[in-house]
Design a protein around this ligand. Sequence first.
Ligand code: GDP
Ligand code: ZN
Length: 458
Amino acid sequence: MEHDTIAAISTPIGEGAIAIVRLSGEQAIAIADSVYRGRKPLAEVGSHTIHYGKIYDEEVERDVEEVMVSVMRTPKTFTREDVVEINCHGGLMSVNRVLELILSKGARLAEPGEFTKRAFLNGRIDLSQAEAVMDMIRAKTDKAMNVAMGQMEGRLSQLVQKLRQMLLEMIAHVEVNIDYPEYDAEEVTHQLLIKQSETIKDEIEKLLITSKQGKILREGIATAIIGRPNVGKSSLLNSLVHENKAIVTDIPGTTRDIIEEYVNVRGVPLQLVDTAGIRETEDIVERIGVERSRKVLKEADLILFLLNNNEPLSVEDKGLFDAIKGMNAIIIINKTDLESHIDLDEVNTYAEGRPVITTSLLKEEGIDQLEEAIASLFYETGIEANDLTYVSNVRHISLLKQAKQAIGDAMLSIEEGLPIDMAQIDIRRTWEILGEIVGDTVSDSLIDQLFSQFCLGK
Ligand code: GDP
Ligand code: ZN
């Protein structure tokens, strides 16, 4: 337990009419009481209750704010410490004034992520759950949010703990075998260890398979809209943004940038790349040059390539087909309201099996089919985001890879008939690596580094 009391503004600055100053620590209630005037002192109210009152500033000798104050006593709070939340009505000015008063009464300004860090240190959540809080704050789509919430609820932790339990049993079995070689036949132990190692390796592999989709859910599918000038790129961008506006969630106390370039197509998050280019000069090749636009293309996960139904395929079109060879792409023949001069067979040849959709963005036709095509690219596997334990955190992915390697090493030395304590070392290492995911075996410096990435007030 850390003993000082921390405070910070925990609502998005400048957003909404209400802002919250949050305090946590042994003195949270006493410090709040020193500036609060209500029907009763907060020290006398029940836990998990909310109270109307005023904030009094001694220096100017008057009430400066009207507030609603929530009091939550340890241990049933997010940090497991006493927590007070002061809801201020006014905007930034008033919340800053309240925070300043609180700090002048002995609270310390919280470091980024310190509330969550305390929740972790006090055993309220494990490390993967704490990281989920961070992911939630950054999540750009509903599905990414679901993944983070699942993790926050401890889904990944439970799975990892189950695997660690199995590893512990294996370790125990080997210990017995080393101490009492007569206890059972070595052969039996070997078979048992191989079987259990295989199960563990399978489970880790399954988790790793979800990680690619996890990353996509977290960051969005990097999508580039390309095509010759005037073919309809801006129109497509506008209709995608218009129909699938970026999501704003209202988890209390989280800040979210609303980035228009994130759109959510049937639950699939698209991060539209270089849309500024489309808006400003109408042509990314012209704006950033051929070399860089090739790089933008290279980094895209998905290309939306527009063609003009009203004209035959041009040299430029064929050049673009060349540039996106082998990439994930959807070919869109736009302007179907105009007379057709494009050779469909030729387009299909160049498409090389990738979906070809026809649209009239002007008449808002074909957009459904386009969205369908985007969604089916993502759901090829038929997996729905909510059903699975997804791994999307880079640190977790890297640890899972190491764990897979370690358990593989263990299997190898068992199969090669090396002394059993060799395998034991690798089994133990697997157990330790998995422990780092949930924070059982991590160093203090890693913890500091992880939590310092949080936003202030979380
Ligand atoms: P960009 O240069 O590729 O970004 O193309 P724009 O989206 O700016 O569109 C160029 C012109 O084509 C505009 O005048 C649009 O209104 C028009 N346009 C876009 N889609 C269609 C369509 O489906 N049919 C017709 N007839 N015109 C369209
Ligand atoms: Zn345009």
